[in-house]
Design a binder for this molecule. Structure first.
Ligand SMILES: Cc1cc2nc3c(=O)[nH]c(=O)nc-3n(C[C@H](O)[C@H](O)[C@H](O)COP(=O)(O)OP(=O)(O)OC[C@H]3O[C@@H](n4cnc5c(N)ncnc54)[C@H](O)[C@@H]3O)c2cc1C
Length: 443
């Protein structure tokens, strides 16, 4: 068979993309290296769409939760993975969890019934020079292919591990305590600064040292982290003042909330936590230099002890993992195509989305885009008020390229709903708007 599209990687994204394409009559070759003598450090078997860790697709609440909404939208688009999850479902309260073996077998069964799809157990080592291609090789892309991707994209645009600093919803930062400024007033007031006095700093420093950390997996421990990506608690362990000369440096930052007649511009705090805008909408702000292996509950507790962040809601908490991903906002066009080689699309976690569901969702979109291209039609993206549209916009240009790190779907990626909507009703307002806009987009 000659193929219309070559999909590399039969995980969440590749399986979903293959389904969307083959169901529309396109001829697809799906290359998966597992089952052909290769594997990754995390996969256990050879099944397509293997869940490497948790068996949960997280919340299924499509009225109040962004990932639940993503489930809803994927179901509306006949998602393979959502369909298989329905068959493999196990009780998990309001979450959608599955029996991983039943799930993977169901994905294989459904794909196996499509006559114009071939699953080939082979490792691909170089990016194809021609022909529509979808690369969906995930966070543990085989080294040979990663090298080829690095050559095509420029090595600094391909990361081999993430260094995730927590991200805060802007409207939960207390600006009566924090203030906007750049160091020495240079440039615009680009940073939000949270001031700590000496006592607060010392307590925070101790909290970092004492906090419970997540262990590296054996194969992650061998991935050295660069100095610039060192976890904050490791930096804290190097000395009491290391952070004050690093990410918590207060110099050149007059805090106007501490102004006195003697110091009308305010004073420098003892230490500072800086947040930088993370998306074009300005709804999300990352804590600069705060990548960490602290456990999530510990992060929330400790970071809420920072003045100005007492009521912070986190769109993402910090982490550090082995993870191969592209600087997509820089490299990909709005249709997930490599700008320098538009016959190649990327999908799944390698684009910098995070999680099973998000990876499958981006695979679904890549499949739809390729099918549209093959049909000679023009592509209209889902509205960015939908979960699919918000995630896609983030990856393909709306996230800040400079600080780009993997991201789960969350309401901070959506254009804000009217401020007049009461806080308690906002989540419902996001999902109601998304469903109406999705319905209009589907026609
Ligand atoms: C250790 C670990 C734990 C995780 N835990 C969770 C979790 O609990 N919950 C969650 O939501 N997300 C989790 N994630 C994230 C999750 O893996 C991904 O979000 C999801 O599986 C990514 O989907 P994907 O399709 O992009 O990649 P994958 O599902 O990893 O699929 C990529 C596929 O490509 C194949 N492949 C790689 N290179 C080649 C090549 N050169 N040629 C052919 N085939 C190739 C691989 O064998 C694999 O089957 C975890 C990730 C890791 C690494």
């Amino acid at each position: 068979m000659t193929y219309d599209v070559h999909i590399i990687g039969g995980g969440m994204a590749g399986s979903e993309a293959a389904w969307q394409l083959a169901r529309r009559g396109c001829k697809v070759r799906l290359s998966e290296m597992r089952g052909g003598g290769d594997s990754t450090p995390a996969h256990q078997g050879t099944g397509l769409a293997e869940l490497v860790c948790s068996n949960s697709f997280r919340s299924d609440d499509h009225e109040n939760n962004a990932v639940g909404l993503l489930h809803y939208e994927m179901r509306a688009l006949d998602s393979l993975l959502m369909g298989a999850a329905e068959i493999a479902k196990v009780p998990a309260g309001s979450a959608l969890a599955v029996d991983r073996d039943v799930f993977s077998a169901e994905v294989e069964r459904r794909l196996g019934e499509l006559p114009n799809l071939d699953v080939v157990r082979e490792r691909i080592d170089t990016l194809p020079a021609a022909g529509l291609t979808i690369v969906a090789t995930g966070p543990l892309t085989a080294a040979s292919l990663a090298e080829s991707i690095g050559k095509a994209t420029g090595e600094s645009s391909l990361a081999f591990f993430d260094a995730i600093a927590p991200i805060v919803h802007h409207d939960t930062i207390d600006m009566d305590v924090a203030w906007r400024a750049a160091r020495w007033d240079k440039g615009g007031k680009d940073y939000i600064n949270c001031p700590l006095n000496r006592e607060q700093y010392l307590a925070f420093h101790q909290g970092l040292l004492d906090g419970e950390k997540t262990e590296f997996r054996e194969w992650e421990a061998n991935t050295p982290y660069f100095e610039g990506c060192m976890p904050i608690e490791v930096m804290a362990g190097r000395g009491i003042d290391t952070l004050r000369f690093g990410p918590m440096k207060p110099v050149g930052l007059d805090n106007p909330h501490w102004a006195t007649p003697e110091h009308p511009n305010g004073r420098w705090p003892y230490a500072v936590v800086q947040l930088r805008q993370d998306n074009k909408l300005g709804t999300l702000w990352n804590m600069v230099g705060f990548q960490t292996k602290l456990k999530h509950a510990e992060q929330v507790r400790l970071f809420r002890s920072i003045p100005g962040l007492e009521n912070a809601e986190f769109a993402r908490l910090g982490g550090l993992h082995r993870n191969t991903f592209l600087n997509s906002p820089l490299l990909l066009d709005r249709q997930l195509r490599l700008k320098s080689a538009p016959h190649i699309r990327f999908a799944g976690q390698v684009t910098g989305c995070e999680g099973y569901v998000e990876s499958a969702a981006v695979g679904l979109l890549a499949g739809l885009m390729a099918a549209t291209e093959l049909a000679g039609q023009s592509w209209t993206a889902p509205p960015r008020t939908t979960a699919l549209g918000a995630l896609l916009s983030h990856i393909t240009g709306d996230a800040e390229a400079e600080s780009y790190q993997p991201m789960n779907v969350n309401f901070g990626l959506f254009p804000p709903v009217d401020d007049a909507v009461k806080k308690k009703q906002r989540k419902a307002a996001y999902t109601t708007r998304a469903k109406a806009d999705l319905a209009a987009w589907l026609g």
